[in-house]
Design a protein around this ligand. Structure first.
Ligand code: DER
Length: 232
Protein backbone atom coordinates (compact mmCIF):
# COMPACT_ATOMS: atom_id res chain seq x y z
CA UNK A 1 0.00 0.00 0.00
CA UNK A 2 1.03 3.57 -0.55
CA UNK A 3 1.12 5.89 2.45
CA UNK A 4 -2.21 7.41 1.41
CA UNK A 5 -3.85 3.97 1.14
CA UNK A 6 -2.40 3.08 4.54
CA UNK A 7 -3.85 6.28 6.03
CA UNK A 8 -7.24 5.51 4.48
CA UNK A 9 -7.33 1.98 5.91
CA UNK A 10 -6.44 3.18 9.41
CA UNK A 11 -9.05 5.95 9.22
CA UNK A 12 -11.82 3.67 7.97
CA UNK A 13 -11.10 1.03 10.62
CA UNK A 14 -11.23 3.61 13.41
CA UNK A 15 -14.50 5.21 12.22
CA UNK A 16 -16.15 1.82 11.64
CA UNK A 17 -15.11 0.49 15.05
CA UNK A 18 -15.64 3.53 17.26
CA UNK A 19 -18.39 5.85 15.98
CA UNK A 20 -22.00 5.12 16.97
CA UNK A 21 -25.36 6.83 16.50
CA UNK A 22 -26.03 9.79 18.80
CA UNK A 23 -22.37 10.48 19.63
CA UNK A 24 -20.37 13.67 19.92
CA UNK A 25 -17.19 13.11 17.90
CA UNK A 26 -13.96 15.11 18.00
CA UNK A 27 -12.49 15.61 14.53
CA UNK A 28 -8.70 15.94 14.42
CA UNK A 29 -6.47 17.73 11.94
CA UNK A 30 -4.02 16.72 9.23
CA UNK A 31 -4.20 14.53 6.12
CA UNK A 32 -5.17 11.18 7.69
CA UNK A 33 -8.26 12.67 9.31
CA UNK A 34 -9.55 13.69 5.86
CA UNK A 35 -10.21 10.00 5.19
CA UNK A 36 -11.90 9.59 8.57
CA UNK A 37 -14.30 12.46 7.84
CA UNK A 38 -15.09 11.04 4.41
CA UNK A 39 -15.89 7.64 5.97
CA UNK A 40 -17.94 9.26 8.73
CA UNK A 41 -19.97 11.23 6.18
CA UNK A 42 -20.57 8.02 4.21
CA UNK A 43 -21.77 6.20 7.34
CA UNK A 44 -24.00 9.13 8.37
CA UNK A 45 -25.68 8.96 4.97
CA UNK A 46 -25.87 5.15 4.72
CA UNK A 47 -26.90 4.48 8.32
CA UNK A 48 -28.70 7.75 9.00
CA UNK A 49 -26.39 8.35 11.99
CA UNK A 50 -26.89 11.43 14.16
CA UNK A 51 -23.44 12.66 15.24
CA UNK A 52 -22.24 16.09 16.32
CA UNK A 53 -18.69 16.89 15.18
CA UNK A 54 -16.32 19.06 17.22
CA UNK A 55 -13.41 20.58 15.23
CA UNK A 56 -9.77 20.81 16.38
CA UNK A 57 -8.75 23.49 13.84
CA UNK A 58 -9.91 25.74 11.05
CA UNK A 59 -9.09 22.84 8.71
CA UNK A 60 -11.25 20.41 10.72
CA UNK A 61 -14.13 22.90 10.73
CA UNK A 62 -13.90 23.18 6.94
CA UNK A 63 -13.86 19.37 6.60
CA UNK A 64 -16.98 19.05 8.77
CA UNK A 65 -18.87 21.70 6.78
CA UNK A 66 -17.68 20.45 3.36
CA UNK A 67 -18.88 16.95 4.25
CA UNK A 68 -22.26 18.30 5.43
CA UNK A 69 -21.76 16.95 8.95
CA UNK A 70 -23.33 18.62 11.98
CA UNK A 71 -20.86 21.14 13.45
CA UNK A 72 -20.79 21.55 17.21
CA UNK A 73 -18.48 23.31 19.64
CA UNK A 74 -17.03 22.54 23.05
CA UNK A 75 -19.19 25.03 24.94
CA UNK A 76 -22.40 23.50 23.57
CA UNK A 77 -20.99 19.94 23.70
CA UNK A 78 -18.42 19.80 26.51
CA UNK A 79 -18.39 15.99 26.78
CA UNK A 80 -17.25 14.03 23.72
CA UNK A 81 -17.71 10.29 23.31
CA UNK A 82 -14.71 9.84 21.04
CA UNK A 83 -12.03 11.90 19.32
CA UNK A 84 -10.27 10.64 16.19
CA UNK A 85 -6.96 12.27 15.29
CA UNK A 86 -3.67 11.69 13.52
CA UNK A 87 -0.18 11.77 14.96
CA UNK A 88 3.36 12.47 13.82
CA UNK A 89 4.84 9.67 15.88
CA UNK A 90 3.45 6.95 18.17
CA UNK A 91 5.68 5.08 20.63
CA UNK A 92 5.27 1.49 21.76
CA UNK A 93 3.80 2.90 25.00
CA UNK A 94 1.11 4.69 22.92
CA UNK A 95 2.62 8.09 23.67
CA UNK A 96 2.34 10.49 20.72
CA UNK A 97 4.00 13.51 19.26
CA UNK A 98 1.47 15.71 17.48
CA UNK A 99 1.52 19.20 16.06
CA UNK A 100 3.17 18.58 12.72
CA UNK A 101 0.16 20.38 11.28
CA UNK A 102 0.35 23.15 13.86
CA UNK A 103 -3.04 22.36 15.42
CA UNK A 104 -1.89 20.78 18.68
CA UNK A 105 -3.57 23.22 21.09
CA UNK A 106 -7.19 22.67 20.06
CA UNK A 107 -6.41 18.99 19.32
CA UNK A 108 -5.24 18.50 22.90
CA UNK A 109 -8.19 20.42 24.35
CA UNK A 110 -10.66 18.30 22.36
CA UNK A 111 -8.81 15.05 23.10
CA UNK A 112 -8.78 15.82 26.82
CA UNK A 113 -12.57 16.23 26.82
CA UNK A 114 -13.25 12.98 24.96
CA UNK A 115 -13.94 9.68 26.70
CA UNK A 116 -11.75 7.95 24.14
CA UNK A 117 -8.93 9.30 21.93
CA UNK A 118 -8.34 7.10 18.90
CA UNK A 119 -5.16 7.70 16.87
CA UNK A 120 -5.02 6.94 13.14
CA UNK A 121 -1.75 6.85 11.22
CA UNK A 122 0.24 5.19 8.50
CA UNK A 123 3.14 2.83 9.20
CA UNK A 124 5.71 5.64 8.99
CA UNK A 125 4.59 6.97 12.38
CA UNK A 126 5.42 3.81 14.37
CA UNK A 127 8.35 4.30 16.77
CA UNK A 128 9.98 2.51 19.68
CA UNK A 129 10.56 5.77 21.60
CA UNK A 130 9.40 9.32 20.89
CA UNK A 131 12.04 11.09 18.82
CA UNK A 132 13.35 7.95 17.16
CA UNK A 133 11.34 8.45 13.95
CA UNK A 134 10.00 12.03 14.10
CA UNK A 135 13.10 14.19 13.66
CA UNK A 136 11.48 17.61 13.29
CA UNK A 137 11.36 18.32 17.03
CA UNK A 138 8.51 18.49 19.51
CA UNK A 139 6.01 21.13 18.36
CA UNK A 140 5.41 23.74 21.09
CA UNK A 141 2.74 26.45 20.88
CA UNK A 142 4.18 29.68 22.30
CA UNK A 143 3.00 33.26 22.76
CA UNK A 144 4.51 35.28 19.91
CA UNK A 145 5.60 38.18 22.13
CA UNK A 146 8.04 36.02 24.07
CA UNK A 147 9.31 33.37 21.68
CA UNK A 148 12.94 34.55 22.00
CA UNK A 149 13.25 34.16 25.80
CA UNK A 150 11.40 30.85 25.54
CA UNK A 151 13.82 29.59 22.87
CA UNK A 152 16.74 30.57 25.14
CA UNK A 153 15.24 28.54 27.99
CA UNK A 154 14.73 25.56 25.65
CA UNK A 155 18.41 25.73 24.66
CA UNK A 156 19.41 25.74 28.33
CA UNK A 157 17.33 22.56 28.73
CA UNK A 158 19.42 20.92 26.00
CA UNK A 159 16.88 21.39 23.23
CA UNK A 160 17.46 22.70 19.71
CA UNK A 161 14.52 25.09 19.18
CA UNK A 162 13.53 26.37 15.73
CA UNK A 163 10.77 28.93 15.10
CA UNK A 164 8.42 27.38 12.51
CA UNK A 165 8.26 29.59 9.46
CA UNK A 166 5.21 29.72 7.17
CA UNK A 167 5.51 28.23 3.67
CA UNK A 168 2.97 30.32 1.68
CA UNK A 169 3.44 33.52 3.66
CA UNK A 170 6.48 35.53 4.66
CA UNK A 171 7.35 35.22 8.34
CA UNK A 172 6.51 32.70 11.07
CA UNK A 173 3.63 30.20 10.97
CA UNK A 174 0.71 31.63 13.01
CA UNK A 175 -1.64 29.11 14.59
CA UNK A 176 -5.47 29.21 14.57
CA UNK A 177 -5.12 30.70 18.06
CA UNK A 178 -2.76 33.51 16.97
CA UNK A 179 0.35 31.96 18.49
CA UNK A 180 3.72 30.78 17.13
CA UNK A 181 5.05 27.24 16.91
CA UNK A 182 8.58 26.40 18.06
CA UNK A 183 9.80 22.93 17.05
CA UNK A 184 12.33 21.76 19.60
CA UNK A 185 14.54 18.72 19.07
CA UNK A 186 15.36 16.84 22.28
CA UNK A 187 16.67 13.72 20.54
CA UNK A 188 15.26 10.32 21.49
CA UNK A 189 13.13 10.71 24.64
CA UNK A 190 12.87 7.83 27.08
CA UNK A 191 10.99 9.87 29.73
CA UNK A 192 8.84 12.38 27.88
CA UNK A 193 6.55 12.95 30.90
CA UNK A 194 9.32 14.58 32.95
CA UNK A 195 10.36 16.71 29.99
CA UNK A 196 6.77 17.79 29.36
CA UNK A 197 6.32 18.95 32.96
CA UNK A 198 9.49 21.08 32.65
CA UNK A 199 8.22 22.58 29.39
CA UNK A 200 4.77 23.40 30.75
CA UNK A 201 6.34 25.28 33.66
CA UNK A 202 7.72 27.90 31.23
CA UNK A 203 5.41 30.96 31.23
CA UNK A 204 4.33 31.75 27.65
CA UNK A 205 4.74 28.18 26.51
CA UNK A 206 1.04 27.47 25.94
CA UNK A 207 1.03 23.74 25.09
CA UNK A 208 3.28 20.92 23.93
CA UNK A 209 2.78 18.38 21.14
CA UNK A 210 3.25 15.56 23.64
CA UNK A 211 0.05 13.48 23.93
CA UNK A 212 1.23 11.17 26.70
CA UNK A 213 -0.99 8.31 27.88
CA UNK A 214 -4.00 10.06 26.31
CA UNK A 215 -4.97 7.64 23.54
CA UNK A 216 -6.77 4.37 24.25
CA UNK A 217 -5.99 2.85 20.84
CA UNK A 218 -4.05 3.49 17.66
CA UNK A 219 -4.77 2.13 14.19
CA UNK A 220 -1.83 1.88 11.76
CA UNK A 221 -2.25 1.23 8.05
CA UNK A 222 0.64 -1.06 7.10
CA UNK A 223 2.59 -1.44 3.83
CA UNK A 224 1.11 -4.90 3.23
CA UNK A 225 -2.43 -3.53 3.33
CA UNK A 226 -3.18 -4.78 6.84
CA UNK A 227 -4.23 -2.61 9.79
CA UNK A 228 -2.18 -2.98 12.98
CA UNK A 229 -3.60 -1.79 16.30
CA UNK A 230 -1.93 -0.74 19.55
CA UNK A 231 -3.94 -0.63 22.77
CA UNK A 232 -3.21 1.35 25.91
O1 DER B 1 -0.73 18.24 13.50
C1 DER B 1 -1.23 17.21 13.96
O2 DER B 1 -1.25 16.94 15.18
C2 DER B 1 -1.76 16.20 12.99
O3 DER B 1 -2.66 15.34 13.63
C3 DER B 1 -0.56 15.45 12.47
O4 DER B 1 0.21 15.09 13.55
C4 DER B 1 -0.90 14.23 11.66
O5 DER B 1 -0.85 14.63 10.38
P1 DER B 1 -1.02 13.63 9.14
O6 DER B 1 -2.29 12.86 9.42
O7 DER B 1 -1.12 14.56 7.99
O8 DER B 1 0.18 12.74 9.12
Amino acid sequence: DTVAQAKLRAAYAAVDNHVKDGQVVGIGSGSTVVFAVQRLAQRVRDENLRVICIPTSFQARQLILENKLVLGDLNANPVLDVAIDGADEVSAQLDCIKGGGGCLLQEKIVASNADQLIIIADYSKIADYLGSVWKKGVPLEVIADCYVPIMRKLEKMGGKPVLRMAKAKAGPCVTDNGNFIVDCDFGVMQEPAKLEQQLLSIPGLVETGFFLQMAVKAYFGMQDGSVKTLDA
